[in-house]
Design a protein. Structure first.
Length: 272
């Protein structure tokens, strides 16, 4: 008997829209929109005056009204933050490798690093003003000082936590200290290093704004301080919103670098 060939082609059913949308991608936008809606409704329900808590609509109106100074001061804050963060990355990576090179160095310098990090960086701003004057340099240095510690700690931890068994095996195979550092230690510390960048960049913004508030004539920190003295609360919230946007953008950029550079160290993300 001859085989009967079925020439009918299967009909592909269209997937529903909810299945085609990536809810993981849409979630940040939906949550942000929901936050602004709740904020607007709360201000309307409580009849809050703009001098106490302005509604999001009033904040966006202030952004449009004062767009020129907001844009210029945002660029200044982004510049000081990025410069201070870049210095922190270079110095933090170098000192972290130095501290993690030896357990003796790690044990000796780590308490000193803890003590330095415990000092509120806002207390150092007046000293930086005495040394360098009012302007960009204190903001850059404050951003550097506040973002420096997480990078050092993560790099040093990545090196200091190499399994003793691994070192013993490598030494038995004739590897020297430098070989262990280059072939095992540094690759092992890279996930720690790139992971710390996401924390450090957000702290760098804190340092810049603190210094600009106290010791600068430019930047979002100075703009918000001036707006506060004039009871222009919508402009203060506009500055906060711009800081949030810049922080999220830089955090996302650091996360992208982390995925590109250390994707081998992370589990693949399963589709939701």
């Amino acid at each position: 008997m001859s085989a009967v060939t079925d020439n009918t082609t299967p009909v592909t059913q269209a997937r529903p829209l909810s299945a085609r949308m990536s809810w993981v991608t849409l979630a940040p936008w939906l949550y942000t929109l929901g936050l602004f809606v709740l904020w607007e409704l709360l201000v309307i329900a409580l009849e809050m005056p703009p001098t106490i808590l302005p509604a999001p609509s009033r904040v966006f109106q202030a952004i449009l009204q004062y767009w020129s100074p907001i844009w210029k001061n945002s660029l200044q804050t982004l510049y000081t933050t990025t410069l201070g963060f870049a210095i922190a990355v270079v110095a933090g990576l170098g000192i972290g490798l130095f501290i993690g090179w030896s357990k003796t160095i790690y044990a000796g310098l780590y308490p000193l690093m803890i003590g330095f990090n415990a000092i509120p960086k806002v207390a150092l701003v007046p000293i930086l003003v005495i040394w360098f004057g009012i302007g960009t340099i204190p903001a850059v240095l404050t951003a550097f000082l506040i973002s420096f510690f997480p990078i050092v700690v993560n790099v040093a931890t990545g090196l200091a936590t190499i399994e003793p068994e691994t070192e013993d095996v490598l030494r038995a195979l004739g590897a020297k200290k430098m070989d262990i550092m280059l072939k095992v230690g540094i690759p092992r510390s890279m996930p720690y290093f790139f992971g710390s960048l996401k924390i450090a960049i957000t702290l760098a913004f804190v340092g810049s704004v603190v210094s600009e508030t106290v010791a600068s004539n430019y930047g979002l920190g100075n703009m918000m301080s001036s707006a506060q003295s004039q009871f222009n609360v919508p402009l203060v919230f506009a500055g906060l919103l711009m800081l949030a946007v810049e922080g999220i953008a830089m955090y996302a950029f650091m996360a992208w670098i982390e995925r590109r550079m250390t994707g081998w160290a992370h589990r693949s993300t399963m589709a939701q």
